[in-house]
Design a protein around this ligand. Structure first.
Ligand code: IPM
Ligand code: MG
Length: 377
């Protein structure tokens, strides 16, 4: 009897723009070598689609994502609203289009509620802040201040209601709607519960000892209070794993002071965004920060860095963040052996230090780095 051959995977291939294109080329070299049996289907996304179609994340790409097992995403340029408007093709200018970050939309549209950001100091990386750092950030990925519920100018209805319901609103109640703005921070019990649970499940699976909840519940009492309270409830089901919590500001200091006191971190969306950049910088910065946007049926993997327009086209940026994102994708697809192989190969190239991109003090190209990793597979 033979076991069933694994099904050919469908992977959406979303280079985006800027260096996104180059780092995905690099990831392709590694994925081809590791032998993932997959169709890679290109999806249009990014600045060019914004300019020419008025939508950086067109419907056809949304439709593509409905049909795939996973996606690898590069990076996308974003610019302030006014500049974005001036770069539209003439026919689209003045039509009321406004630029919205495609990755944020994607996370919400496909309910990719877990943002998983491992930050590990690979031995031999000259950019390590300290050797041995091995942190994992779980960032809630769909709600919080990213909910997109924002008002500028503030409508009179809203101001009247807030004046009625909230005492602290008194100093603002007579302002003209044009003179202030409101962004709603919305956190749900369900959203908080599932991200905290994901962090604890991960801790259990990988033998991690502690989960630290990052918040600001002493000031932002309603939303962060709910997040923290929910985390405490979830933690009761995981007696083998310690629960700890800290305010976001103090956390930034303590992480730098003693990164070894922390293990798995879990946070609402915006604090997770902030803390994950800090953690990434401790293990080499943009060239090493990788990210999984994970839902129940779809996951999109990406380097945490942006499109770095000033480096675009030079094939000089470090592709390791993207190769590690591809590694996370393999893991999520259940290809754990391939994932481990990519991890070992990447670690080996870092440790040898012979092939290094500019951020590591070398002059090797994006693709040379990818080939060096592929050669180890
Ligand atoms: C990230 C990025 C995004 C975010 C930007 C590009 C919208 O900073 O993935 O961390 O804020 O989530
Ligand atoms: Mg960020």
């Amino acid at each position: 009897m033979t076991s069933e051959a694994p099904r050919k995977r469908r992977i959406a291939w979303l280079p985006g723009d800027g260096v996104g294109v180059e780092v995905l080329e690099a990831a392709q070299i590694v994925l081809a070598k590791v032998g993932l049996d997959a169709d890679y289907i290109h999806g249009d996304i990014g600045w060019e689609q914004w300019r020419t179609e008025g939508d950086a994340f067109p419907q056809r790409t949304i439709d593509l994502l409905k049909t795939v097992d996973a996606a690898l995403f590069g990076a996308i340029t974003s610019k302030p609203a006014k500049i974005a408007e001036t770069e539209l093709v003439p026919a689209l200018r003045g039509t009321g289009l406004s630029y919205r970050s495609p990755i944020v939309r994607m996370r919400q549209l496909f309910d990719l509620y877990v943002c998983l950001r491992p930050c590990k100091a690979y031995p031999g990386n000259p950019l390590n802040y300290r050797e041995g750092i091995d942190l994992v950030v779980f960032r809630e990925n769909t709600e919080d201040l990213y909910a997109g519920v924002e008002f500028v100018p503030v409508p009179a209805d809203l101001s009247t209601t807030l004046a009625k319901l909230s005492k602290p609103f008194a100093p603002f109640k007579d302002l003209s709607g044009d003179d202030y703005a409101v962004s709603a921070k919305i956190n749900t019990r369900r959203g908080s519960e599932r991200i905290v649970r994901a962090a604890f499940e991960f801790a259990r699976r990988f033998g991690r000892k502690k989960v630290t909840v990052v918040h600001k519940a002493n000031v932002v009492r309603a939303t962060d209070g709910l997040f923290l309270e929910t985390a405490r409830e979830v933690a009761r089901g995981y007696g083998d794993i310690a629960l700890d919590d800290a305010n976001i500001d103090a956390m930034c200091m303590w992480l730098l002071k003693n990164p070894f006191n922390y293990d798995v971190l879990v946070a609402p969306n915006l604090y997770g965004d902030i803390i994950s950049d800090l953690c990434a910088q401790m293990v080499g910065g943009l060239g090493f920060g990788c990210s999984g946007n994970i839902g129940d049926t779809l996951a999109v993997f990406e380097p945490t860095h942006g499109s770095a327009p000033k480096h675009a086209g030079q094939r000089k940026v470090n592709p390791i963040a993207t190769i590690l994102a591809a590694r996370m994708m393999l893991d999520w697809l259940g290809e754990t052996e391939m994932a481990s192989a990519v991890e070992r190969a990447t670690a080996a190239v870092i440790a040898e230090g012979r092939v290094r991109t500019y951020d590591l003090g070398g002059s090797h190209s994006t693709l040379e780095m990818a080939r060096a990793i592929a050669d180890h597979l």
